[in-house]
Design a protein around this ligand. Structure first.
Ligand code: PMP
Length: 415
């Protein structure tokens, strides 16, 4: 039995797996307390974009922590939040005029759902049904779980989850079935449709093309159903562009961003909304204000980190780094795709994924075995059932990426 009182997330302590203690990070590398260097091939749960401990982000955090650490955000404001909101407005679609802060991807989704329902209620229309995409994942709070796929992750909590309309995943060649189902569900009356644009992450890195995203958004628009883009994973360059929606020319009514918003250094999220959604809550009546907050809404230190992230995007060759990583991923994935055990090798931007034959399901017994094997080889990878994926920080070097793929290939050999 472990001596530690810590209860880790998504960890079965009963397996007695060692839990390495990490003491330092730099770029794409982490070091453990026993001096081992680990290549972070999943950006520490998809958050670290520019690399661990980027000096500009670290400096911004240190400086802000000495100036103003925290201030209630209901009825008060501060410069880091104002600068960040303006910075986001400058790089994101013009129609997303309003910025609401929260703390995590899950809370940004809860906020999006509440904004959508508040919009309809304040307009006097009874629309509350939420439409979702099959295999979706939007977080682990109750509302976020409700709009995500049902399965082993949330079976125990099913009685708490609200009912949603599920649109089939747009499988290549059968997209029309998804469009028809979405059209019918919109006609039947819905408040909003929430999607992960272009890549369903936790559902198994399932990818679909921009034209499909554009068509789904168009169907929603035709019926006046709000379109919510959960770009918590896909945002900040992951799919090759700042947002995945950009590739489809889609401007959502509501946009959720977190993870790479601070470069992955400190928790923060935003839910951006169209003017119509804001105006539906605006007026002299206090009963129509947006009833959501958390203690740390728009924490100044987190906002300062996000402002440093925006400065890095403006002033460093981030786009070039993303393009280089995308190309390197493509080359290595193409080689690994020829492995006899590998099926469905796929990639978008900096995300590469493949399926390994014979390891079905999230609880497949080979998953802990693989995770341990990767860890022992000095690579941080976390398979999603039989899906193996590589999503490193943009600064990862060619040698480190080679190591990641060598370790993956060896695992495929032995699987
Ligand atoms: N939405 C998506 C698409 C995600 O991938 C995640 C997290 N992986 C979340 C929401 C939830 O974010 P968080 O873990 O920060 O609550």
């Amino acid at each position: 039995m472990s001596d530690s009182p810590i209860w880790h997330p998504f960890t079965q302590h009963g397996l007695g797996e060692p839990i390495p203690r990490v003491v330092r990070g730099d770029g794409a590398a982490l070091w453990t307390d026993d001096g081992r260097r680990i290549v972070d091939a999943i950006s520490s749960w998809w958050v670290t974009t520019h690399g661990h401990n980027h000096p500009r982000i670290a400096a911004a955090i240190a400086s802000q922590a000495q100036t103003l650490d925290q201030i209630i955000f209901a009825g008060w404001t501060h410069e880091p939040a104002e600068t960040l909101a303006a910075g986001l407005r400058a790089i994101l679609p013009e129609a997303l005029t309003r910025v609401f802060f929260s703390d995590s991807g899950s809370t940004s989704v809860e906020v999006a759902l509440k904004m959508a329902l508040g919009y309809w209620r304040n307009r006097g229309e009874d629309r509350h049904r939420i439409l979702v995409l099959e295999h979706g994942y939007h977080g682990d709070t109750i509302g976020a779980m409700s709009v995500g796929a049902r399965g082993v992750f949330n079976r125990a909590y099913a009685p708490l989850l609200f009912d949603v309309g599920t649109i089939p995943f747009p499988v290549e060649g059968r997209e029309q079935a998804s469009y028809d189902a979405l059209d019918a569900a919109c006609r039947a009356g819905a408040a909003a449709f929430i999607v992960e644009p272009l890549v369903l992450g936790a559902g198994g890195m399932m990818m679909y093309p921009p034209a499909v995203l554009a068509e789904m958004a168009a169907i929603c628009r035709m019926h006046g159903v709000l379109f919510i883009a959960d770009e918590v994973m896909t945002g900040w360059g992951r799919t090759g562009t700042l947002t995945a929606c950009e590739q489809a020319g889609v401007v959502p009514d509501i946009l959720c961003l977190s993870k790479g918003l601070t470069g992955g250094a400190i928790p923060l999220a935003v839910t951006m909304a169209s003017e119509a959604i804001y105006q539906a809550h605006h007026g002299p009546d206090r009963a129509t204000m947006f009833f959501h907050s958390s203690s740390y809404t728009a924490n100044p230190v987190a906002c300062a980190a996000a402002n440093a992230n925006l400065a890095i995007w403006r002033e460093e060759p981030v786009v070039e780094r993303i393009a280089l990583l995308a190309q390197r991923q493509a080359e290595r994935l193409a080689r690994l795709a020829r492995h006899p055990r590998v099926t469905a090798a796929r990639r978008i931007g900096t995300i590469a994924a493949l399926d390994l034959g014979g390891a079905e399901g999230y609880l497949s017994p080979i998953v802990p075995h693989l995770t341990a094997r990767f860890r022992d080889a000095g690579v941080l990878l976390r398979p999603l059932g039989n899906t193996l994926y590589v999503m490193p920080p943009y600064c990862i070097g060619a040698d480190d990426l080679d190591l990641v793929y060598a370790v993956l290939e060896a695992a495929c050999d032995d699987a």
